[in-house]
Design a protein around this ligand. Structure first.
Ligand code: GLC
Length: 554
């Protein structure tokens, strides 16, 4: 592998940081975060070490789904700033070596989008066919709406024109008709527009729903995946190294199809929802087996593609791919109260409260995240261990203002009225904030910085071949990634009991030194390729095999 390949395929070893401009930093004191505030914090993000920012939707919106209901795909929500402010923020990011990707939410629009307003005005409207209309909901079993607490069908009757329109999400989010070539052209224009302003790609919302031709005559879209293939080809004609990071929460075999099979050519990256869910099951059981199984079942993907690994995102912590009893185990362990759960499938908490603030255990989870094969994606505030505000309710519980200082408004804003309430209590700004942690060498922030630095110095984590290592302790997850001449061994203890883990690393590393990447406990493999590694309560180790002549420092 040449340096040009590793640098060009930047997403293979990126560290992505997701943030909502609205809740990050308020620079004009109106209680809402803004692009000027984001620009002010680019140095913080560069210092943290992340390499790519993912901006959640910043488009004009009636805010009925926190900005995922858009009324102008080419616009900037005036509360957050202007196109000029956005370009300044992107330019500042580039100057500090950070890329920026943005949410592409084209499965649906807001019902207040001028296209839909026009479309529903009459059956003859010029935009009628931009949405999906039927006289009667199709016979046969229809998909469940994604938000079953509010919707009981994906079809809603439009009184004025007497037809039903499709919406996989809320009824105020009508689905666009992807079988219509005009719609596909418009989406390409949207993509081209933001690329021209300097973004490095898109986090693509709800991809399986987006390409589902439900409600259209059969044959309207002979190969739905062609939509993604064309979009990707267009994207990379315009900007060669831009990416599509897809939200595709489906079984692994289907995810492979969204990469474009073994040939690639569709999504560049996809979030690994299955590993994420099984990680929580493993945490709940204090048994690493579910995590190991998920990773072992993960299909091989084309070399230029990548998995996005994560602990928490902005939505509910979905457990939809676990069995009912497994899901119940996770609920019992981490969100036993009904108010902590949503949609019957997920939790609305962040990690630290779920782990009762246990610093060892929280660190173990982030250490694990950064050693999993893939590109780690952080949600803002994870680096300092923010909690949630359950009083807000639903998915918004985790979308509270970033906690910069212990002051009023968490240093997010000096306004009286904030766009969202801050976290209160044990994980509130008095206890958890950037300013205090920046000054503390033992803080979570300092630790996450170390993880990011080591991850970035260990390209094998993004590129390497992954294998689970056999060892006798069920609570321990031991794995190895190998890439070219580099091997990294990582161990994570899911239980509170200390253990001593015997490992057999094989002949090829006999007598090699193992460099402790997170501390100073270097060790050596014996002349049979074996060693014993001690792990404390919820302990973790990253060990790099130093082969004779290896030039890697850390
Ligand atoms: C995705 C987003 C979610 C949003 C939904 C509808 O699942 O992650 O936040 O509500 O799409 O756009």
């Amino acid at each position: 592998m040449r340096i040009t390949d590793t640098a060009d395929l930047w997403w293979k070893t990126a560290v992505v940081y997701c943030l909502d401009v609205e809740t990050f930093l308020d620079w004009n004191d109106d209680g809402t975060g803004d692009l000027a505030g984001l620009a002010q914090r680019i140095d913080y993000l560069a210092d943290l070490g992340v390499t790519c920012l993912w901006l959640m939707p910043f488009y004009p919106t009636p805010e009925r789904d926190d900005g995922y209901d858009i009324t102008d795909f080419y616009g900037v929500d005036p509360r957050l700033g202007t196109h000029g402010d956005l370009v300044e923020a992107i330019r500042t990011a580039h100057d500090r070596g950070l890329r920026v990707i943005v949410d592409l939410v084209v499965n649906h629009t807001s019902d207040q989008h001028p296209w839909f307003v026009e479309a529903r005005s009459s059956k003859e409207s010029r935009y009628r066919d931009w949405y999906v209309w039927v006289d009667e909901p199709p016979a046969g079993k229809q998909p469940e709406p994604v938000f079953p607490d509010q919707e009981n069908s994906v079809w809603t009757l439009d009184e004025q024109t007497g037809q039903y329109y499709l919406h996989h999400f809320y009824r105020h989010q009508p689905d666009l008709n992807v079988t219509n070539p005009e719609v596909r052209d418009e989406i390409a224009r949207i993509v081209g527009f933001w690329l021209a302003l300097g973004v490095s790609g898109f986090r693509v919302d709800a991809v399986p729903f987006f390409i589902d031709p439900l409600g259209e005559p059969s044959g309207a879209l002979p190969d739905p995946h062609e939509v993604v293939r064309h979009l990707r080809a267009f994207l990379n004609r315009r900007t060669g190294d831009a990416i599509l990071l897809g939200e595709v929460n489906v079984p692994y075999e289907q995810q492979l199809e969204f990469f474009g099979g073994s040939e690639g050519g569709e999504l560049t990256l996809q979030f690994d929802f299955i590993t994420m869910q099984n990680m929580y099951l493993a945490l709940a059981r204090q048994d690493a087996a579910p995590l190991a199984k998920a990773l072992q079942e993960r299909p091989a993907i084309p070399p230029e593609c990548q998995w996005g690994t994560f602990v928490r995102n902005h939505d509910e912590l979905t457990l939809d791919k676990l069995s009912e009893s497994e899901r119940q185990e996770v609920f019992d362990a981490f969100g036993p109260e009904k108010r902590m759960q949503v949609f019957g499938r997920g939790l609305i908490r962040r990690l630290p409260p779920m782990l009762d603030g246990d610093p060892d255990r929280i660190r173990m989870v982030y250490s694990l995240l950064f050693t999993l094969p893939g590109t780690p994606v952080l949600f803002y505030g994870e680096e300092i261990g923010m909690g949630e505000n359950l009083d807000i309710g639903d998915r918004n519980s985790v979308r509270t203002p970033m906690q910069w200082t212990s002051g009023p408004g968490a240093g997010f804003s000096i306004a009286e009225d904030l766009t969202a309430p801050v976290v209160t209590g044990r994980f509130g700004p008095e206890q958890v904030n950037v300013q205090a942690q920046r000054a503390d060498p033992d803080s979570l922030l300092t630790f996450v910085k170390l993880l990011i630095s080591r991850y970035r110095n260990s390209p094998e984590l993004g590129w390497g071949e992954f294998a689970v290592l056999d060892q006798p302790h069920p609570a321990v997850f031991a794995h190895r990634v190998t890439w070219e001449d580099e091997t990294l061994v990582a161990l994570h203890n899911f239980a509170a009991e200390k253990v001593s883990v015997p490992l057999d690393l094989g002949d090829s590393v006999r007598n090699c030194d193992l460099i402790d990447l997170l501390g100073d406990q270097n060790t050596t493999v014996d002349d049979r390729g074996r060693l014993e590694v001690e792990l404390g309560r919820y302990g973790y180790r990253w060990l790099r095999v130093a082969r004779p002549g290896s030039r890697r420092l850390l």
